[in-house]
Design a protein around this ligand. Structure first.
Ligand SMILES: Cc1cc2nc3c(=O)[nH]c(=O)nc-3n(C[C@H](O)[C@H](O)[C@H](O)COP(=O)(O)O)c2cc1C
Length: 224
């Protein structure tokens, strides 16, 4: 597969088939992704890869916690800036509206929206769940490194016919995750990632998110 094909076909998938992913494939992807660059070659990524009973146990523990704390706790870092300004605010709004439109869930139906959102904490049915952490001493540079590792995982997944959903939603259950996976205090829980085979019979997977045109984010200086 060409890199450009992997990039073009990578999208966030929010409904997976239960079919298991061979452990050898998972190991191969997580190993190859570590060729991602990192400043000073720190390789700051730390991954907890959950399958089978380990995955199910985390899903169960979070479901239990949701009975008393349906939306979790304040995360350990700011997922978004507090007052998102334009054009970011509209971009975020639009992708949400487009996603719920695929399922015919209107804005007023908060219950249905919440119900769908809570599928995050079941890895949207994917058989593999990653929990991604990083040592707290790390700084902005290392967050970028971590992002490069995760994008590498998502592109390599395509090569194996797999799809992914990166998931900040897990950050609001950091305490449960930490306890369940015995994650040491020096690691900050950044996000999760669902990995599996897309169920394309489910409407939400038809979503193709928009991108701003080049002129909005590139300042081209100089010339030919
Ligand atoms: C770090 C990160 C965290 C994300 N967290 C979530 C999440 O918790 N739940 C979700 O449904 N999508 C999540 N997304 C997916 C984004 O909404 C998605 O990447 C964006 O809308 C662009 O769509 P695309 O990935 O299909 O191109 C996340 C993406 C990233 C990069």
């Amino acid at each position: 597969m060409k890199v450009s094909d992997a990039l073009k076909t990578r999208k966030t998938v929010r409904a997976f088939k239960p079919d298991p992913v061979p452990l050898s494939t998972l190991r191969e992807i997580l190993t190859a992704a570590a060729r991602a660059p990192s400043g000073g070659n720190l390789q700051p990524w730390r991954i907890y890869a959950l399958t089978g009973e380990a995955r199910n146990e985390l899903v169960r523990r979070v479901a239990e916690k949701r009975k008393t704390s349906p939306m979790g706790e304040p995360p350990e870092y700011h997922i978004y800036p507090e007052n998102l300004t334009e054009p970011y605010r509209t971009r975020r709004f639009r992708v949400g509206e487009m996603m719920y439109a695929t399922m015919n869930i209107p804005r007023e139906d908060k219950m249905a929206r919440l119900q769908f959102f809570s599928r995050n904490w079941e890895f949207f049915g994917a058989p593999v769940g990653l929990i991604v952490t990083m040592d707290r001493q790390m700084q902005q540079g290392q967050w970028a490194d971590l992002g490069m590792y995760l994008q590498s995982v998502m592109l390599l997944a395509r090569e194996h016919g797999l799809d992914t959903c990166p998931q900040e939603a897990w950050a609001v259950f950091h305490a449960v995750i930490r306890d369940c996976l015995s994650i040491p205090q020096n690691e900050m829980i950044f996000c999760g990632m669902a990995i599996g085979y897309a169920d394309n019979s489910v409407a939400v997977n038809s979503l193709i998110s928009e991108r701003a045109p080049l002129e909005e984010y590139v300042t081209l200086l100089g010339g030919e």
